[in-house]
Ligand binder design. Sequence first.
Ligand code: GLA
Length: 375
Amino acid sequence: MRKTLSIFFVSMVSSALVFSAQAAEKGKGSIKKSEYGKTPDGKAVDLYTLTNAKGMVAKLITYGAICTELHTPDRNGKLGDIVLGFDNLQQFQGEHPYFGSTIGRVANRIAKGKFTLEGKNYTLAVNNGPNSLHGGLKGFNRVLWKAEPREAKDSVAVKFSYLSPNGEEGYPGNLTVTVTYILTDKNELKIEYTASTDRTTILNLTHHGYFNLAGEGDILGHQMTLAADRFTPVDDTLIPTGELAKVKGTPMDFTKPMAIGSRIGQLTNDPRGYDHNYVLNKGDKKLGFALRVYEPKSGRQMELYTTEPGLQFYTGNFLDGSLKGKYGVIYKKHFGFCVEADHFPDSIHHPNFPSIVLKPGEKYQQTTIHKFSAH
Ligand code: GLA
């Protein structure tokens, strides 16, 4: 009796929540929309579950255009969730270090939260030591996005859009921005961004997923190859000095495959770990190879291709065991790594860095592809 009842209940709940589920035909992807929760002011937040023809799953919510889950196969074909995050809206609305989030308007740091553009001075919220970080107090990770499901022959996608009003978080220009997460049948999660503005502004979007290809424990045994001969050294508030330094002969060098943890003890920053912007050898604008990370126990591999010139490699140094995530896991130091493809930190103060200025009439475009496989 109890069993019958619970089956009845489960089917009631799922049929109430499913909006555009396709019959889960074998060999075809599907998009499912369901309710995720409500913001304190009563606005509905939706969850989109993308499943590709091979069974890989990406879950995305309209709050923050956040990727809440990403299930990829290990070498035996067993799916595992390889990103950190929560299983409820409340925790995503609380304090957390940008798990799975879309970051904007400007990813990473702007020194002292101040900049000058076309002779005008702008002041931003200072939310990270003396600097402004990841778009300010209410960045793109804390706004509600409109969502539109999109299906193609060999992919399923959700396109998020947002209109950021002139002056939001101190940034000039009405900005129309879209971020589309496309899950292809080749096990790629492709993230495409577009934006345009009606006043000259600055923009540097990125995705702040925390990956753990083993699905558990720390990420120090993951092996990484990063196609960057140079990086941008920083001061003790993590603002670049402006120098493009060579990685050769230092613990920063991942040009050949190396365990992430193999030289982490030689770093001197506090809390210790990688939190550095790499200058990708592929250059600016063209889509090209950035990195490969392989996890030997599960056999999972992620490759990253991007149009961006830089990549912030961050080893979850600030995770300190104070957050409990999905599946009841306590997130400790180095339990996830971020590979944020974007422009360099504090670019607006460094004329020698690729520009993040966006003018009216120009179209901002970025594509970053996370390609998953296992062997
Ligand atoms: C980025 C920064 C880090 C940290 C995280 C969020 O990766 O570079 O210093 O702020 O975001 O905790």
